[in-house]
Structures are given as C-alpha cells and as structure tokens.
Design a protein around this ligand. Structure first.
Ligand code: SF4
Length: 1386
C-alpha cells in the first residue's frame, strides 16, 4: 500500500474524524470517516472534535499558518500531518512558536509510527501535534495490525512524551527518542569525535556517509518541545573531544540565522569556550553530492575562523526571486527573505540599503499609485474600443484596479498576459494604454525603511502614510538600533500606527519568533482594509550570537513586545494578539484605553504580573499627586521649587541628598527628590528653578548607576540653562587612586557636572562641594562647610532644625518583632520582585539575601523595568556534612528554581542563586523537607558553625562535627518567625537540621517570642565560629570570632585552644578598618567549648559597637578593650579561667585532593570544584557527575558528602566494595585533579559579579582566566606543582578570606585590584597591601619575578608567603591593628 493510504488507515482507526486535503477518490471510498478538504480552505473548516488532517504539503502549511495559529490558540486538539516537499525542511522552524508538539519522521515506517505517537500525545494532554514526514513512493505494509494499533491506543493512559514513546515501543518494538545519534553508537557509550553536527532535515543521504568522517550527527526528531536537556547532556557528557559543533538546517530559506542555533543558544555556555559554534544550511543532498557537501561543511569548521551561514548541496528549485523596481535591495536582509517566502511575487519599491530616506520611498509609492489610477481612468474611457477577449481582460483588470477590496487576487501572470495582448493590438487606444504598461503590474509592493522613520521628518512621512489610508500601502520598517542610548526620543511607531485605527500593525523580531514573524507577514500581505505596517527588530551585534542576545534581551525586557493588531476583526481577543509576555508602559496604556487589557491579562500570568506592577505604580502616582496637591495647598505661596537629584552607588549620596531635601523643605522650598537619571535633560532640566545634585564617584571616575544616562544626555545636548540655578556636591576618595596620574579620577563626576552645567549657562549658586573619604569625618567634613554656602546663596538661614536620625539596622531589628518585619506581606506582594529596605535586612537572618543582576540594571532601567531581582539562599549546615538526599535536593532546586548551578561556600555549606520571589518559600520549604534549614545563615547572628573536613581521621571528625552542631544549636535564634514566614501550613515538616515539629507560641492570637540569648536586637554584626584539628586548617580558624583548635590525645579531642577576634572585612583606604587573625587566649576542656562560644557571643552582644557598623565586628571590640581586659571579662562570665594554651602546629590551610582511607577502613575522595561553583561545562561536567554519585550513594545507602570551607567536596564514608563504581563515575565526569597546578588547587574566590551588590571587580568569573595566565609562567619556572595560596575577592569584605592568603587580589574597581602579599601558608598571618590598583598585566608583572626569585632563593620547604617577608619584599603584619603600617601605596 502507498504511504498516504497507510497513513489514512491509521488515522481512520485513531481519530473520530479525518480530514484529507484534495484526497484521491479511493481514500474517500475506503474510509467512512474521511472528510475531504479543498486546498484553499485547508484548515479553516477543521472543526473542534479531535481529528487528524492528512495530505497537507509544506506550501499549504505556510499559507495556512495564521489559521493554524488561531486554532491552536483556541486550544483545539488535532494532529496535522505535513508532507515535506522537495527535502525542504524550512517549514519545520516556521512552526516552532505555534505551541504545538512538532515531530519529524525520516522514512515511511517512521511516519506511521509517529502518527500513532502523535495521536497518543494529543490524547494524553490534548495538545495539537504537527507531524512532518518525508514522502515515500515505495509500496509497503504496516508492521502491526490495525487491531493491535487500536488496542494500544485504547489502553494508553500516559501523559508525557516518554510514556508515549514507551507505548510506541510496545507496539512497534522500535526505540525512539527526541534526538537520534548517528552513526548509531548507542546512547550510553561516551564517544570521541572531531565534530558534532546538530541536524534538522533528511538524515538518510548523510547517514551512510558519516563513517568516512569523525563526526557525530544529532538528528532532531522531536523539535517541540525542544529537547534542550537531552542535547546538553549529549554535548557535555556523552560526546567529547570535538572541536566544533555545527547547527545545520536543510532549508531553501536562508534567514541569516539558524533557528536551530537559537533553540540551543542557552546551553552553549555549557560547552567549552574552545569549541567553535557554527551554523550552516544544506540544500538538496543525494548520493552524488553528499560526500562533497560533507567535506566542505566539515573543512569549514576546521578553519581558524569558520565562515558562518554557508550553504552546501544542490540548489532547490527557487521561487521567483524577489524583484525590485530599479534597484537591488540588500540580498542579506532576513526580513526580505521572509517576504519572499510569504509571497514569491512580492515587489520591493525602494532600496533599503542605498536610499532609506522615508520621503523618497513614500513618494515613489504614491507616484505609482497615482499612475495606476490614471491608467484605470484611461481603461474605463477606452474600454469600448476593444472587443472580445481583450475587452474581457481589460474589464477584469479594471474591476481589480477599482475594487479596493478585491475578492480575487489578480495575478502577475494575468497582468503580463494582458500587456502582451495589448502589445499585439494595432489600435491607438492600445498604444495609449501601453504608455502606462508598468502600472498594469498586480504584484504587492512593499516599502522597506529603517528606524529613521521614527524620528523628526521620518515620523512626518510615517504620519502621511497612515493618513493616506491607502489600502495597498505595505510598510516594513526594520529597526537595527541596538544602542540603548538612542532609544530616548524615538517614537514608538507601532503604537502610533495603532492609534490611527485602520492600519494592520505588527511588531516582530525574527530572532525571537520565526513563526510569529511569518504569520505577521502573511497577515499583512493579505490585509486590504488600510495600510499594513510591520515594525521589525534586527539589532546589529558584533557577532551573530550578539544579535540573538540583543533580541532576546529586548523582547524579554518588554522593550520590543511582539504583537499583531488587526482593527477590522470583530472580536477583541482576535484584534490584538500579544505574542510575547512583556509589554512596556505606553503599550499597556493603549490597551487599557482600548479596554482590552483584561482579556489579555487573563491569557498570560506573566502579563498579569506586569500589569499589577503598572497599576500599583499608577496608584502610587495618584497617592503621590494628592499628597503633593495637599502639600501645595498648605504651602500655598511657599518658596521656590527645588529639585534635589542624586546618583549613588552605595547609598551615601542618596542619604545625603535626602537629608538636604528635608532641610530644604523645612526652609520653605517646594522640594522634589529624584534620582538623577529620572530627570529628562531635554524636557525637565531647562524648566528647573533650583537644581542641587549630589553624586558619588564610581570605578575609574565614572558616574555611578542612576546618573550615567543623565550625564550622557547632558554631555551630548546643547540645551540652554540660563534660567536654572544649580549647585553640585560630590563624594569621592582622594586616596582611592594613589598614583599621581590618577588624581584626575577623584570626584570626577561632580567636577565634570559642575563644569558642564556652567558651560550650558546655568547660574551656579556656590562653588562646587567636595566630600573626601579621607577627611576626619569622611565626606561630611566637606559637606558641612559647603551646605551653609548653598543656603546663603539662596538667601535662607543656614540653621537646621532638629532632625530625626536616619533609621539604622539596629532600628530595623528592634522594630522587627523578632525578625518578622513585613517579610510575609512583602513576599505576598507580586507587584515587585524586591522587598522593602528594612525587610531586605531582616531576610538575611533567615538565610536569604536580595540581589539583582547588576549587568541588567541599566538596560532594565531604560526599558522602564525594575532591576532583575532574585534571592541568594544560603543553607545552615553545621559541621558541613550532608546526606546524598540533601545533595540531590539542592541540585534539583538549582535546576528548577535557581540558576542551574549552586555554590559550595567558604563556610562549608550550600548556596543557591537566582531564586525569584515567588519561588522563595517553596525553596526554603524544600530545604527544610530534607532536614536542613537556612535560619541564621546570614545576618547579625552566629553564622554556620564549621569544622575541618579531616577525611583520614573518622573518629576525631565525628567528635568535631558533633561539637559544631551543639554550638550551632546553642547559639541559634529562638524566634519562631522563620517557621511562621516560610513553613507554616506545612503540618509536620521537620524544622531543618534539628528535626522536630515547628514551634509556634501562641497567646490568644498573638505570637509571643523571646530571644533569651541574643536579645531583641540580636548582635551588632555577624559572629563566626570554626573548629579545626592540627595540622590542618582548612576552615581558616584564625579568621573567626571564635576559633577552636582541637587538642587531641589518644585519638580523642580532649579540649581546645581558643582563638578570639579573627575577622576579615575592611573598607578600602579606611585605616580604622583592618583584617585580624585570631589571638590564642588559652585552653578549655572539650565540654566547656559550647559555653565559651556562648559567652563570647554575649561579649559581642553587650560590648559591640552598635552605632558604627564598620566598627561593630568583635575584633574591634577586643582591640579597643585590649585582649587581657576582654579575656578577664569573659572569664568572669564563664566563672572559670582559661588554662595555659597547649602547643599545636598547623601546617596548611588548603585541601588535599584525591583518595584517602580512614582508620576504620572507609574511603574518602576530595574533589576539586573550581571556586565552589557546582556546574556543568564540557571540560568539567561536575554537577551532573555529583548528581550521579549522590544518586548512587542514595540507592546503595552508603556514603555522605563533606563540604569543605575551601569550597570543595569530599565524597566520604565509602566502603571498599563501592570504590570501583565511584572511581568509574569520577572518571566519566572528569574529576581528575592531575591537570591542575598547585596554585590552582590552593586558590579560591568569592562570587562578586553579577549578583553581589558590593562587588567592585570580578572574582569567580575571572580568577580561572587569571590563573591560566599565571600557570603558564609557573610552568616555565618549574613551579607547576608548588602550592601557593592565592585568593581573589570582588571587594574588601573578604568573603573568600583573601587577607589570610599568601597572594591575594582584592577588587578595587572594574579590572583593578589591590595586590596583597605576605600571608602565611597555614593561615595564621594576615597579609599586607603590596601594590594598589593593579590590573592583570601589572599583577603578573609583579608576581612572576617574585615567583622566579622564590624558585631559586627559597630555603627547604619555605613557602612563598614566608619567603617574601624573609627577602624583604614586604613587612609582616604581626597583628591586625598594624595592617596599614608600612603601606605606602593605598
Ligand atoms: S567579598 Fe565582596 S564582592 Fe565578594 S562576595 Fe563578598 S561582598 Fe561580594
């Protein structure tokens, strides 16, 4: 039987109704339930019952795209089978955004199997399925009976693709999956190839030739939902060694981008950066040309810079190319290719590249239109002069030309034939008509313009085009502008056109949705009620991937929404179709006015979110306005207006501006306080009466966030500020850039702003104010002398009324009702991803920390969006031991609710990033469900209590971890707020690590809490405890407020030497801050340690500085008090005295990698995790590997994980029988540490950019690359295996404990670091600034000669940190207070 007959047989068994497009009579006769459809109405008449549509070919499918899209949008369930004509698979990506499941079968048998599969899927979840199949002329039989088929279908009750595959397997015995690997080597085997080709097309001609090449071909069989995870797994875990991955589509349409690449773009970062990513297109392939085409394809990938978007294979029979009247349009323009795809006869009326002037293009269009009208008039006059066919033909043309809404298309062939017939006529009337021969043309003409239509005269032309109401006018405007700065002042053409009411308008972005673009072009081309306008986005990035990224960013942020608007459709929901999730404010306003908002909001949960944001801001705006009106009533004719604007990085400038604004208000000014970027340079600034700006200094003398846009516009503008009175105060640090040549950076933004305002004619009220962090009272010194001058210039008293002090963290804590604040309400508020300022401080105590992606800030601000907020969630894991179940839970949360990675922190615990607000409670609950919690992981409390990982001494480790847990429990906050906010309604879900039911004390309806130990205001700052067993110091015991050094006798910990006052955080250039290594104050027996920690915490609670957070760490209290006094008071509290310190020797503060056996015979393997980031890359698929290992441990009930405080992980407690399996997994997932240098193994970094709000420079993302460079030099010096402790942080807060490293780089500004030297290898000595503000070259230039000297001059066993001190390169920091001594360059 033929393939079509077999498909019809299957369909008629599975579906109640089968439609067949132009079916042969035999089909209608053979099957009772087959209903014929004509090609022209193909999908229009498919009704709502579940049905299978047969006989559609690719071209019919494209033409029917809008109708298919509409049916899918109405959730109609059907299976559509589409015959791939001519091996041209371009039709498949055209359907990618329809929301249907897309299957591709490669041969006749597969088409039968997949029709069954498609029917199962449609039955399972009611989703429409489109099956693309390759036609086959062979006659063959089904391999199963229709009875079996029917039974299998009837018994199916699955809902997922995997269920359906399984059912298909039972029926056909064939095993299919979403991606097919060719040459077939089995899915399990891991294999090495030179190249990988991800392919969408007909694999048959290629498959048999692959054996000639070292190429893995991944053939896509399920295109939607796109099997991203499977592809990632293949590329990162199954295939290796490859140097290039090519995305290849078999398609006649060259779009200048690869839809397939677009689908996979988000996993490309998981592939090694050394792998080239290429996209290409193949045309027709057959046995004669496939070998050559493959050779070309693969050799292109071997070039150092492969050519992108090459085409291989034999040409398809092309449709008639797009034609141009008298010029050639850019052959590279992807949108013109789509026009051609939609209508091969389309005409472009202007040359977009060489003459994009809007007036010119429109002028030509109107000229043509007038000429055609003249011709129509002439035909009408002369018609009676012609008889017979010519008369009929002319009459028909006239009908078409006059009828502004022609029912039938008048074809190009018909107009050409008419001209040819007229040419043969010898009548004078024919010659007269032929003078207008070009205007018989019936093809649709498009004007193609650039975004110059959005500005000034271009906009006037656009207005003229809309006003004409011309029903033949088709306008395609391609916006290539990726520069966010130019967006200001640019008019929103789509909105402008929609307001006209009779134009079809679509906003499209090819790189975001091919289907939506294609649909819009089909609709616009067919629209005949007025002008049709498509606004198309095509940003120019440096590379193709850049353009994809820019498009994604624009669409996702709402800057470039995708929509289609047809004002002539009756139904509101049909009239405006929003094809993306985010819209900007102006569009919302339009929709609001048009009363269509509710309908849209119902359709999209995401949109609702945005609308609420908008409504919320409108409400706030209204409230603000009434407040202002009331205020103005009170003020009546009060003083002049004043705008106080600020640009602030760390809040100081904002705080100062707020204070100034309050004072101005109390002096009678009508004050507006605003961020500098919120002032429009063109619209607001010239109208200001008094403008006062307070700005801080960022990076290398740049404007801080919140002021950059304003400054760029002011610098570029030429406005007249003659009526503006202005004043500027700047905040800076005169020593931040110590080199003489860098002095220009000091307070540069404020100085530049002052000069620019003056230049533009502003009347400066007083000299510029300069605040310097180096002054005795910081920037306040300069401010206090400047502010009176400002009031004097304004003619008001300089006296300030009493002001309430600004709210501090202490106030937040005190008023929080034991850490509740308004967190619960804040989490329920879906109008914003953020929390109030006070709640942001309070959530830290619960282990969650609000952050935002700093790299998206500017973009989102320009697009009118709030920052991309997300939470960091940190687990409390006292003793740093975790079960496989706990590992798997974190791994899963990272994938489902985080950023697909997680971090092992420097306090030996888990940290998730990128958790959005609505996911926060589920994440915390899931963490608790596996007996961990997050309480006290951040905030002014005792942080995670850590202990050494000590794999070789099981017994001692148990004692130490046990002690860590006891201390943690003893110092933990008692508040029940954590449970109330995150866990209530969970019934018996245990409370984190301690287990047990939730504890809520209820008196009446009130929750009554108490904090017997911590008190209502908790601690002044954080408090850290660590335990170590010499000679190891992997916890950096000297960095903790309380460090316990275990004293071991007879294989038991008998007690601890107690180190007090360790702490890392400092502030650049602030000599009152410093890092400090703990001081040994004596020995206590084992069981006294918890009490010591408790009393230390009480000392911190009672004596810590609660006024100045920069001075609040316990280290300062101890130094201010003096160690002997502090110790005496502590002993008083304890009721006993410390014994004399016991001797101990610590060798190192690093981890030791690889296998070791403990005294009980259990095995432990320490894995190297770069900077603690558990993620998958091609070279290090560690996340997946550890997932597999955790699963194995869980299944076998063997083993645990120990998280080290150097950010690595130990797979521990493995019995001998399981070692081979673990070894195999370690091998498979590339855990070998042999490739790493001693330097890398002893390095670590903090997170820094993009999420840490305090980062001044990169750390985690940059350290590997810095080490790459340094390792090359160490190799030459023969130091590859020598261990050097090197640490990098993005700021001086010191999260990765840089101050205890032998070499450290502490971020100062983007790309610049303070280079520290002289820490000890065992972590007991703080280092010192060797050179400030070094960039990479300078750091390498300093370090390499020193390493070289160390290589030749070191004593036996002498570590680098000790050597630089002995050699006189740097002085040792003998105690924290002396950190700044001998530092000349800071
Ligand atoms: S050291 Fe600074 S930059 Fe790094 S994570 Fe800590 S606060 Fe952020």
């Amino acid at each position: 039987m033929s393939q079509e007959f077999n498909l019809a047989s299957i369909a008629s068994v599975l579906a109640p109704k089968v439609y067949a497009v132009d079916p042969p009579k035999q089909a209608i006769d053979s099957f009772a339930n087959v209903e014929p459809l004509s090609r022209n109405d193909a999908i229009q008449f498919v009704d709502d019952t579940f049905s299978v549509v047969l006989g559609l070919d690719s071209r019919d499918f494209i033409v029917n795209l809008p109708v298919i899209g509409a049916k899918i949008a109405r959730k109609q369930s059907f299976v559509l089978t589409v015959r791939i004509s001519n091996s041209d698979y371009s039709v498949v990506p055209a359907a990618k955004d329809l929301g249907a499941v897309l299957l591709i079968s490669a041969n006749a048998q597969e088409s039968y199997d997949f029709l069954f599969l498609a029917s199962l899927l449609a039955k399972g979840d009611g989703k429409p399925v489109i099956l693309f199949y390759k036609p086959s002329s062979a006659e063959d039989e089904l391999t199963y009976t229709l009875d079996d088929l029917e039974k299998a279908y009837g018994s199916y009750d699955g809902s997922s693709l995997q269920d359906a595959f399984q059912k298909l397997h039972q029926l056909s015995t064939k095993t299919y999956s979403e991606l097919e690997l060719l040459p077939s080597s089995g899915w399990i085997a891991t294999k090495r190839y030179d190249q990988v080709v991800v392919f969408l097309g007909d694999p048959e001609p290629i498959a048999s030739h692959l054996k000639n090449f070292s190429v893995a071909l991944i053939n896509v069989k399920v295109y939607r939902p796109f099997p991203l995870a499977e592809l990632k797994q293949l590329l990162t875990s199954k295939l290796y060694g490859y140097k290039a991955v090519q995305f290849v589509e078999q398609s006649s349409v060259s779009l200048q981008f690869s839809p397939l690449l677009l689908d996979a773009v988000e996993i490309l970062t998981s592939i090694s950066k050394d792998v080239k990513v290429i996209y290409s297109q193949v045309l027709k392939l057959d046995q004669d040309n496939v070998d050559l085409a493959l050779q070309h394809l693969l050799s292109n990938a071997k070039l150092e810079r492969p050519v992108q978007n090459l085409t291989f294979g034999r040409e398809f029979t092309q449709p008639q190319p797009i034609s141009f009247e008298d010029v050639k349009a850019s052959p590279d323009n992807a949108y013109l290719k789509i026009l051609q795809e939609v209508d091969a006869g389309v005409r472009v009326l202007n040359d977009y590249d060489t003459n994009p002037v809007p007036e010119y293009a429109l002028g030509r269009f109107f000229y043509r239109d007038r000429q055609r009208t003249k011709l129509a008039d002439l035909v009408e006059q002369k018609l009676h002069r012609f008889q017979g066919t010519l008369n009929d033909d002319l009459a028909q043309w006239l009908l078409w030309a006059r009828n502004e809404n022609p029912p039938e298309k008048y074809t190009s062939e018909e107009s050409s034939a008419l001209v040819a017939t007229l040419s043969k006529s010898n009548r004078t009337a024919a010659s007269e008509l032929l003078q207008f021969r070009d205007f018989f043309e019936s093809r649709t003409g498009w004007i193609v313009g650039s975004d110059s239509w959005s500005y000034d005269t271009g906009l006037a032309t656009f207005h003229q085009a809309l006003q004409s109401g011309n029903k033949r006018l088709k306008l395609l405007i391609i916006d290539t502008d990726s520069s966010v700065n130019r967006r200001q002042g640019k008019k929103n053409l789509g909105l402008y056109a929609m307001n006209y009411g009779n134009a079809y308008v679509a906003s499209v972005a090819l790189y975001s949705s091919y289907t939506q673009t294609l649909t819009a072009f089909i609709e616009a081309n067919a629209y005949n009620q007025g002008p049709a306008i498509i606004i198309a986005y095509l940003p120019k990035g440096e590379s193709h991937l850049d353009s994809l990224k820019l498009t994604k960013e624009a669409v996702d942020s709402g800057y470039w929404p995708l929509y289609r608007y047809n004002p002539h459709l009756a139904d509101y929901s049909d009239m405006f179709k929003l094809d993306s999730s985010f819209v900007r404010r102006e569009l919302k306003e339009f929709l609001d006015r048009e009363n269509r908002l509710t309908l849209l909001a119902e359709k999209s949960a995401k949109l609702q979110y945005n609308l609420r944001t908008y409504n919320e801001s409108v409400n706030q705006g209204i409230q603000q306005k009434s407040k202002e009106a009331f205020q103005s009533l009170l003020d009546n004719l009060a003083g002049d207006p004043m705008t106080v604007a600020y640009a602030s990085d760390n809040g100081n400038a904002a705080g100062l501006a707020k204070r100034l604004a309050n004072r101005a208000g109390s002096k009678g000014f009508k004050v507006r306080l605003a961020q500098l970027d919120d002032l429009s340079v063109d619209d607001d600034l010239p109208l200001e009466t008094n403008l006062v700006v307070v700005t801080s200094t960022s990076g290398q003398g740049e404007f801080p966030n919140g002021g950059k846009q304003f400054w760029d516009a002011l610098r570029a503008g030429t406005i007249d500020l003659a009526n503006v009175h202005a004043a500027v105060f700047g905040l800076g640090d005169s020593k931040y850039w110590p080199r003489a040549e860098d002095a220009k950076y000091y307070n540069r933004p404020s100085r530049q702003l002052y000069q620019r305002l003056e230049l533009l004619g502003a009347q400066m009220l007083c000299e510029q104010g300069l605040g310097d962090d180096q002054d005795a009272d910081g920037f306040n010194t300069g401010y206090n002398t400047w502010e009176p001058k400002l009031w004097q210039a304004l003619g008001v008293s300089a006296e300030n009324a009493d002001e309430p002090p600004p709210a501090t963290n202490e106030d937040f804590k005190r008023e929080s009702n034991f850490l509740r604040g308004t967190i619960k309400e804040g989490l329920a508020d879906t109008s914003t991803g953020a929390m109030s300022a006070s709640d942001q401080q309070l959530t830290k105590f619960h282990g969650v920390y609000l952050q935002d992606d700093r790299e998206l800030r500017d973009q989102r601000k320009k697009d009118g969006l709030e920052p991309a907020y997300a939470f960091m969630v940190r687990v409390r894991l006292a003793g740093n031991v975790s079960t496989p179940d706990q590992w798997l839970a974190i791994d899963r949360l990272a994938d489902t609710r985080g950023n697909h990675t997680f971090k092992i922190t420097t306090r030996g615990t888990y940290q998730l990033h990128g958790v959005v607000k609505q996911d926060l409670i589920p994440v915390v609950r899931d963490i608790n469900a596996v007996a961990m919690d997050t309480l006290g992981a951040c905030g002014d409390v005792c942080r995670n209590v850590i202990c050494g990982s000590l794999p070789a001494q099981r017994h001692i480790h148990e004692q130490m971890a046990h002690m860590a847990r006891i201390i943690s429990k003893r110092l933990l906050p008692e508040t029940t707020a954590y449970h109330e906010i995150f866990l209530q309604e969970l019934g018996d879900v245990p409370r984190g690590e301690e287990g047990g039911p939730k504890r809520i004390k209820v008196g009446g309806n009130a929750v009554q809490d108490a904090e017997p130990l911590l008190g209502a205001t908790y601690l002044p700052r954080k408090f850290k405890v660590a335990i170590t067993v010499p000679p190891y110091n992997d916890v950096d015991v000297y960095a903790n407020d309380t460090g316990l050094v275990a004293i071991v006798e007879d294989d038991n910990i008998v007690g601890f030497d107690v180190l007090i006052g360790g702490g890392m955080g400092t502030t650049h250039n602030n000599t009152k801050t410093y890092p400090r290594a703990g001081t040994n104050i004596g020995y206590v027996p084992y069981d006294k340690a918890p009490l010591v920690c408790e009393k230390m915490l009480i000392m911190h609670r009672d004596y810590g500085d609660r006024k100045n957070r920069k001075h609040a760490r316990l280290k300062y209290t101890i130094d201010d008090m003096g160690v002997p006094t502090f110790k005496a008071r502590l002993e008083e509290l304890l009721g006993f005295k410390f014994e004399k310190s016991r001797p101990f020797k610590i060798d190192s503060n690093i981890d030791y990698f690889g296998w070791c056996k403990d005294e009980t015979g259990l095995n432990h393997y320490t894995c190297y995790i770069e900077n603690g980031r558990v993620s998958d890359t091609l070279d290090s698929p560690h996340k997946e590997g550890l997932h597999k290992i955790a699963q194995y441990l869980k299944e076998t009930g063997v083993g645990l994980f120990r998280l080290t405080s150097n950010q690595h992980v130990i797979i521990s407690d493995i019995t001998d029988e399981h070692v081979p399996k673990i070894k195999a997994l370690l091998r498979e997932y590339k855990f070998s540490v042999d490739k790493f240098s001693g330097l890398r193994k002893a390095s670590q970094s903090c997170v820094a950019f993009p999420t840490c709000g305090l980062a001044m420079a990169e750390a985690e993302r940059y350290l590997p690359q810095f080490l790459d460079r340094l390792e090359g030099e160490l190799e030459k010096l023969g130091l590859r295996n020598d261990s050097i402790v090197l640490r990098m942080t993005g700021c001086p807060n010191g999260c990765a404990r840089p101050w205890l490293a032998e070499v450290a780089l502490v971020g100062k500004s983007y790309g610049f670091y303070n280079l520290m030297l002289g820490g000890s290898y065992n972590g007991d000595r703080v280092n010192k600034i060797f050179k400030s503000n070094v960039d990479e070259d300078q750091a390498i230039g300093i370090l390499v000669p020193l390493f070289s000297r160390w290589a030749s001059e070191r004593k036996d066993g002498e570590h680098f940190g000790d050597f630089v001190i002995r050699a006189g390169v740097i002085k040792p920091t003998l105690e924290g207070k002396k950190f700044w001594e001998d530092v000349k360059d800071f």
